[in-house]
Design a protein around this ligand. Structure first.
Ligand SMILES: *[C@@H]1O[C@H](CO)[C@@H](O)[C@H](O)[C@H]1NC(C)=O
Ligand SMILES: *[C@@H]1O[C@H](CO)[C@@H](O)[C@H](O)[C@H]1NC(C)=O
Ligand SMILES: *[C@@H]1O[C@H](CO)[C@@H](O)[C@H](O)[C@H]1NC(C)=O
Length: 492
């Protein structure tokens, strides 16, 4: 049975986003150095721990989630994890360590997913079994290391979305790393606790089970046919999973209703999705929400993970003319992930000696660089990471180094500084395009005492992942018509 809402509390309010000093200053292209506002970053570590959820609960539930947009695109408000789930950590250091542990689980699950696909194993090879106690699929033993979803939690960004007719408004995790949309559904064989009431199919006039021969049912990686209705199963490799009926429903974003969206009605769900009712899959596969909308593009701007500000997720929102663009590639073996045509990186205006092949997908479908909203820290192949880190260290000899913190091996004591000048770190794309990162997107506080770490990490996998720390404050757009990923700094 559904557990009742306990210690979770939810908030939302509009916050003046970002640090005025760094934000209002637009850096010239190829600038060799950039300024980190140390004081502002430390200030935010206090703010995130002192959010007062109760005061804003009412406001949140009354808020119109669709905001007006100049382009008439379908737009949703997007909230950070911290803004809807008050961190239960007493200090910023333990919050950081919990985030990094969650992040490692996320990265493991993405890599496992790709390994299985590149080696020709899909989840459909993992046959479901019925344990006589509701739904149970036998997929998990092949998923590599399992970390309890209950202790890890899943999901970093959320939106409020209406399910059914009339719409029930619920929180959904937004995930660019998966495709299948789902909500927890009554009757629950096993549901984790969520903030909103559990979705009740019998109260919705638009609830329609899918039959087994439908294309949507056949598009599932893992499905089963029972009494000619389609059952689905998704497991996220971090111990989280959902199993139930695959149906079509009306999904409402603000005042816009989309009919006949295939979603999972999950009767057996595990994993602490931070109290969200379900998940909206934003991946590239045919069952994802953008694919089902036939969206020609979508974009999001990830608000600062330490702020309770909101930003937007927009569908059919073209990349603005001043956006920095990179090729968007797809993987024949796995259509979920969005691959970025990265050609190089630079530190302090100097290109790093990294062979371009390091960033390219192999013929097997392994390797390449994906961009993901749910991964926090960008992962690079070990040699590439070492080259990047060494160049950054060389450019920061004036700063006091301190011991490593979790997966960060390059940390500084900036407690006596109000701001520091550091080498600019940039991503480079074909045609000479460059995306210089704001300093706060790669030098991040790990406690409230002035310890900052260089926020990249090595991976032994061939797959590189551009994470959300590096994307914050930048609108990231996926243009399917032109196969481009666009970055628009300071356009949230
Ligand atoms: C199978 O479907 C039929 C017709 O919809 C229904 O009457 C029957 O109860 C179902 N059986 C099971 C086991 O769900
Ligand atoms: C998307 O396109 C498919 C196939 O053309 C169509 O059946 C479906 O209704 C479209 N969906 C929307 C939301 O326009
Ligand atoms: C950082 O430096 C300050 C003095 O500038 C010192 O008091 C503090 O203990 C140092 N912190 C760490 C973690 O080394």
């Amino acid at each position: 049975m559904a557990k009742t809402m306990g210690f979770f509390s939810y908030i939302l309010f509009v916050f003046v986003y970002g640090s005025p000093f760094v934000q209002s200053r637009s850096l010239p292209k190829s600038s060799k150095t950039t300024v980190l506002d140390v004081t502002a970053s430390i200030q935010k570590t206090h703010t995130v721990l002192s959010f007062n959820p109760e005061a804003y609960t009412q406001e949140l539930h009354n808020q119109q989630e669709q905001s007006s947009s100049p382009s008439n695109s379908l737009t949703l408000k997007l909230h950070s994890r911290a803004s809807i789930h008050k961190p239960s950590h007493g200090d910023y250091k333990s919050l950081t360590l919990a985030r990094l542990e969650r992040d490692s689980a996320r990265v493991r699950s993405l890599i496992t997913r790709l390994d299985l696909a590149a080696n020709g194993i899909t989840q459909s090879d993992l046959k479901p079994v019925d344990n006589g106690n509701g739904f149970q699929f036998g997929a998990e033993e092949l998923q590599g290391p399992i970390i309890s979803g209950t202790s890890q939690g899943s999901g970093e960004y959320f939106s409020r979305i209406g399910i059914g007719k009339p719409p029930s408004q619920v929180y959904m995790v937004l995930d660019t790393g998966s495709d299948v949309n789902w909500v927890q559904c009554a009757p629950c064989a096993d549901c984790y606790q969520q903030a909103d009431p559990i979705f009740e199919p019998s109260a919705s006039s638009s609830y329609t089970p899918l039959t087994c021969e439908t294309q949507k049912c056949k598009s599932l990686d893992t499905s089963e046919c029972r009494n000619n209705t389609c059952l689905y199963e998704v497991s996220y490799g971090d111990g989280s999973y959902t199993v139930g009926d695959f149906v079509t429903e009306t999904i409402t974003l603000g005042s816009a209703a989309v009919n006949n969206v295939a979603i999972g009605c999950g009767h057996n769900n595990e994993g602490l999705f931070v109290g969200a009712a379900g998940l909206l899959g934003l991946g590239g596969g045919s069952l994802s929400f953008p694919s089902q909308l036939n969206a020609s593009s979508f974009s999001y701007c990830l608000v600062d993970r330490d702020s309770d500000s909101t930003s937007t997720l927009e569908f059919d929102s073209p990349i603005p003319p001043n956006g920095i663009t990179a090729p968007l590639h797809r993987n024949r073996e796995l259509d979920t992930f969005y691959y970025l045509g990265l050609t190089g990186m630079s530190v302090g205006g100097e290109s790093l000696p990294i062979p371009e092949s390091v960033f390219q997908m192999e013929a097997s479908g392994n390797g390449g660089v994906i961009i993901d909203s749910g991964t926090a820290v960008t992962r690079l192949q070990t040699d590439t990471y070492n080259t990047l880190r060494d160049a950054f260290v060389k450019g920061t000899t004036g700063l006091t180094s301190v011991d490593s913190v979790a997966l960060f091996d390059t940390c500084y004591n900036l407690s006596s500084k109000s701001s520091v000048v550091v080498p600019t770190v940039s991503f480079h794309f074909p045609e000479g395009k460059e995306l210089p990162l704001p300093a706060k997107n790669y030098l991040v506080p790990v406690d409230s005492d002035g310890t900052f770490c260089f926020a990249f990490a090595p991976t032994t996998s061939a797959l590189s992942i551009i994470g959300n720390v590096q994307q914050q404050g930048t609108r990231v757009g996926f243009d399917f018509s032109n196969s481009l990923v666009g970055f628009s700094p300071n356009n949230c």
